[in-house]
Design a protein around this ligand. Sequence first.
Ligand SMILES: [Zn+2]
Length: 103
Amino acid sequence: MNKAILDSLLEKKVELKQRINAIEADFKKGRSQDFSEQTSENENNEVLNEIHHEAKIELDLVTQAISRFEKDEYGLCSQCTAPINPERLRILPYIDTCINCAK
Ligand SMILES: [Zn+2]
């Protein structure tokens, strides 16, 4: 399989980890603000929570894609083992199901 894909997955993993760390640092910083700012702080935390949650899901998917790469299973559907359309992989490099199984 294409090494460029693996490289981009590894890069993506680093990027996501940095994003998650930055959000977690923000959470800690936010706690020390005074009471009058707490309402907007809570709203802000909600947004951060959501980004944090999504980044973690993405990180999981990227990590799984990398381990599939190592097992030589990358690009194969995890449900039916059919090869995944290369165009689909190009857009979603960490997808693990073919278009039929994704439905
Ligand atoms: Zn499939």
